[in-house]
Ligand binder design. Structure first.
Ligand code: PBG
Length: 329
C-alpha cells in the first residue's frame, strides 16, 4: 500500500492536448506578427541570403507577389528594408523619392491597399558607404543632430510613398521627436512611429548585414550608439524618452537574450510593445535544424511563445509566413 501524499496534482491539467490548450496562458497568433522583407534595387531574380535560409533579397516584382500572398495568408504587417544599388556618405537613398524602399512602398500600397500594415525600417546604414547608421564627422564618429535631419527627411519620403508606420532603428538621441515633427510638418500626422527604443549592440545582427550588404568601415561597430547588453535600467530610460517624444509603439531588440527587458518594459508602458526576433536568432535555429540537431519548427514555436510570454504584443519574425501557413497549429 502506498501512502496517500497530499500532493497538489499539477499534472491533471497536462493530461490531454485539449486540457493543455484550455489552460494555456499565452497564445501565439499570426495576428501578432510582422514579416521583415528585403528588397534590392537593380536585380532581375530574387537572391538567396546564405546566412538566412529561406529568406531572400526580393526584386520589386517578387516583393509585390510575396506581400500579396502574406496578406492572403492573414499576416497583418510587413517591415521593408531596402538594399540600394549605390551608396554614398550621407545615405541619400533613404530619402530619395525614387529610392528603393520608396518605390517598393508605392508598389505595395497599390497591390494590397489597406489590407496589410506597411512598415518601413528607417535608418541610414543600408544607404551609407561607410555602413554607419548616421552621417559622420571628420573624425569618423556619428554626428547625432546632423543625422536627425536626414531621418526626418526619410520619414517624410516613406510616409509620402505610403508607409503606415515608420520604424527608426538608428538609436540617435531625439530621433522620435525629430521624426514626429518632420511628419507633422509635412502633413503626415497619421503616420505612426514604431520606435526601436531599446536596441542593443548585439552580435546577433550578423546575417542581417549580409541581407542588406552592409560592412561597417574599418571593422567598426555600433557600440557608440546602440545599447550595452549589460544594461537593463538604461533600456527603461530609452523607452521612457521615446514615449515622451511621441512613439506609438516601442520595441526591444533582440528578443530572446532580452526577455527580462521585454518584461520590464511591458510592466511600465501601456503602449503596444514589440520585440524583434532578429536574424542571428533565426539563423542559429535554422543552422542547428539543418544539421538535424534540433527540431527547428518546435524551437521556433518555443522562441515565439517565450517572447509573447515575456510581454511582447507584437513580434517581428522571419517565421511570420511559416506561422501563417500553419506552424504550430
Ligand atoms: C538597422 C537595423 C539592423 C537590424 C534592423 N535594423 C541592423 C543593425 O543595427 O546593425 C537588424 C535586424 C536583424 O538582425 O534581423 N537598419
Amino acid at each position: 500500500m502506498r501512502a496517500a501524499f497530499p500532493a497538489r496534482r499539477m499534472r491533471r491539467l497536462r493530461r490531454t492536448p485539449a486540457l493543455r490548450r484550455l489552460v494555456a496562458e499565452t497564445r501565439l497568433s499570426v495576428d501578432d506578427l510582422v514579416a521583415p522583407l528585403f528588397v534590392r534595387e537593380g536585380i532581375d531574380e530574387p537572391r538567396p541570403i546564405s546566412s538566412l535560409p529561406g529568406v531572400v533579397q526580393h526584386t520589386r516584382e517578387s516583393l509585390r507577389k510575396e506581400v500579396a500572398e502574406l496578406a492572403d495568408l492573414g499576416v497583418p504587417a510587413v517591415i521593408i528594408f531596402g538594399v540600394p544599388a549605390t551608396k554614398d556618405a550621407e545615405g541619400s537613398g533613404a530619402w530619395d523619392p525614387d529610392g528603393i524602399v520608396q518605390v517598393a512602398l508605392r508598389d505595395l500600397r497599390d497591390e494590397v491597399g489597406d489590407r496589410l500594415v506597411l512598415m518601413a525600417d528607417l535608418c541610414l546604414d543600408e544607404y551609407t558607404d561607410h555602413g554607419h547608421c548616421g552621417v559622420l564627422r571628420p573624425d569618423g564618429t556619428v554626428d547625432n543632430d546632423a543625422t536627425l535631419e536626414r531621418y526626418a527627411a526619410a520619414a517624410v519620403a516613406q510616409a509620402e510613398a505610403g508607409a503606415d508606420v515608420v520604424a527608426p532603428s538608428g538609436m540617435m538621441d531625439g530621433q522620435v521627436a525629430a521624426i514626429r515633427t518632420g511628419l507633422d510638418g509635412a502633413g503626415h500626422g497619421e503616420t505612426a512611429i514604431l520606435a526601436y527604443a531599446a536596441k542593443y549592440a548585439s552580435a546577433l545582427y550578423g546575417p542581417f548585414r549580409e541581407a542588406v550588404d552592409v560592412t561597417i568601415a574599418g571593422g567598426g561597430d555600433r557600440k557608440a550608439y546602440q545599447q550595452d547588453p549589460a544594461n537593463r535600467r538604461e533600456a527603461l530610460e530609452e523607452v521612457r524618452l521615446d514615449v515622451a517624444e511621441g512613439a506609438d509603439l516601442v520595441m526591444v531588440k533582440p528578443a530572446l537574450a532580452y526577455l527580462d527587458v521585454i518584461a520590464a518594459v511591458r510592466d511600465r508602458v501601456d503602449l503596444p510593445v514589440a520585440a524583434y526576433h532578429v536574424s542571428g536568432e533565426y539563423a542559429m535555429v535554422a543552422a542547428a535544424a539543418e544539421r538535424g540537431w534540433i527540431d527547428g519548427d518546435a524551437v521556433a514555436l518555443e522562441h515565439l511563445t517565450a517572447i509573447r510570454r515575456a510581454g511582447a504584443d507584437v513580434i517581428l519574425t522571419y517565421w511570420a509566413r511559416a506561422v501563417a501557413e500553419g506552424l504550430g497549429s
